[in-house]
Ligand binder design. Structure first.
Ligand code: AMP
Length: 400
């Protein structure tokens, strides 16, 4: 059984081809700069060779066709024909309230994904473009949608409702949905495997901290709260997204700067967060370097970033009524020991502590970084959303 996993973003398409039987990868990579003239494909062959192929890719269909060409090419591919692909798993960002699990894609499912475009205008359209392109390029091959939102569907109303008139929730579906669900699901299960504890017995806070960032509270295998909300802007500070913000400040700014909704959305989604605060970069590596060279504004941005995460840990520990496992994942969570250290500083009263001899220099490796003496296990788990999507795809296609 061979499963192709696709993650179509607005200007990128990531892919990974799994051979489920031999548990190997038959090629992976991504097209970047879709829609621009200088687009290219980065590909890793089954033997691990890394190549870059330049090609103008103006839309997702062309990008996916290029990926399939590469995967079946004599030189770089892992399969000899498209007929070898048995199923396709798609990351779909927003499933609204409709989906509480991954599903086989039908016309009805496509309609429901379309219905969520309004609330995920940047994400659902490219996801749909990927689904449609695959249906054209290899018709008849089953496709499965794995939503970022489904893992969070166990949240109780007191966690997902906002304090607005209930009729507006009913009318427009305005509530907390949460995102990064596939990542939180993967790392929380994997952490329990590594720690050799039963998933259903643990109180977990999972921190997915990358360019986008979210914290999720998981009690006995079920999400009870998460920091991203109706759209992926709420909660933690992010690369370019502001995270929690007084709504009054947003409307005040719209008045003062004469911003329409699009301009306000751009300001808060694309020019804020680490980038906005530091006025230097949205990238953690750049900011850590700048701060170490004495850039005080970059240092302040890093402090806001870590402080916000720490606050969420406190809130979620209270919501969970205790804590057993604290997980760091995502590009920053996996690689930035400085961030992990700042987040966990002075948290001994929660029985949270980091052993700096384990944390210092640790990048992208499954490792327990708390000392044995502390009750809360702090653990770094590199995320693997593609693996989760492949697993869900397999479950959905073998059910029939
Ligand atoms: P993601 O969105 O999960 O790919 O994460 C991207 C973020 O991870 C960027 O802010 C990167 O700067 C950060 N990151 C990646 N590698 C490192 C590293 N070695 N040290 C610090 N931050 C890193």
């Amino acid at each position: 059984m061979k499963i192709l996993v696709l993650n179509c973003g607005s200007s990128s398409i990531k892919y990974k081809l799994f051979d489920i039987d031999s548990k190997t990868t038959l090629g992976q990579g991504g097209v970047e700069k879709v829609g621009m003239t200088d687009s290219f494909l980065k590909h890793e062959t089954p033997s691990g060779e890394k190549i870059v192929l330049q090609k103008e890719i103006l839309e997702h269909g062309a990008g996916i066709a290029f990926i399939l060409e590469t995967l079946t090419s004599k030189e770089y591919g892992g399969i000899s024909s498209l007929q070898e692909i048995n199923a396709i798993g798609h990351r779909v960002v927003h499933g609204g309230e409709k989906f509480n699990k991954s599903v086989l894609i039908t016309d009805e499912v496509i309609k429901n994904i379309e219905a969520c475009i309004d609330i995920a205008p940047l994400h659902n359209p490219p996801n749909l473009a990927g689904i449609r392109a695959m249906a054209k390029l290899i018709p008849g091959v089953p496709q499965v949608a794995v939503f970022d939102t489904t893992f969070h569907q166990t949240m109780p109303p007191h966690a997902y409702l906002y304090g607005i008139p209930y009729t507006l929730y009913k009318k427009y579906g305005i509530r907390r949905y949460g995102f990064h669900g596939t990542s939180h699901r993967y790392v929380s299960r994997r952490a329990c495997e590594i720690l050799n504890v039963k998933y259903e017995t643990q109180k977990i806070i999972s921190l997915h901290i990358g360019n986008g960032a979210s914290a999720t509270a998981i009690a006995y295998g079920k999400v009870i709260d998460t920091s991203l909300g109706f759209t992926p802007i709420e909660g933690l500070l992010m690369g370019t997204r502001c995270g929690d913000l007084d709504i009054g400040a947003a409307t005040y700014l719209m008045d003062k700067e004469n911003l329409d909704t699009k301009a306000a959305s751009d300001l808060l989604n694309k020019q804020s967060g680490l980038l906005g605060l530091s006025e230097a970069s949205s990238d953690m590596r750049d900011l850590e370097k700048a701060a170490s060279e004495g850039n005080l504004q970059a240092q302040t941005a890093l402090e806001v970033f870590a402080y916000r995460i720490k606050k969420y840990i406190g809130a979620y520990a209270a919501a969970l009524g205790g804590l057993d496992v604290l997980i760091f994942t995502g590009g920053i969570g996996e690689n930035s020991w400085g961030t992990r250290s700042a987040v966990c500083k002075d948290m001994e009263f929660f029985d949270i502590e980091i052993d700096e001899t384990k944390n210092d220099g640790l990048r992208g490796k499954e490792t327990v970084i708390s000392p044995k003496s502390r009750r809360v296990k702090v653990i770094v788990v590199p995320t693997d959303e593609e693996f989760m999507i492949a697993e869900d795809t397999l479950k959905n296609v073998t059910r029939f």
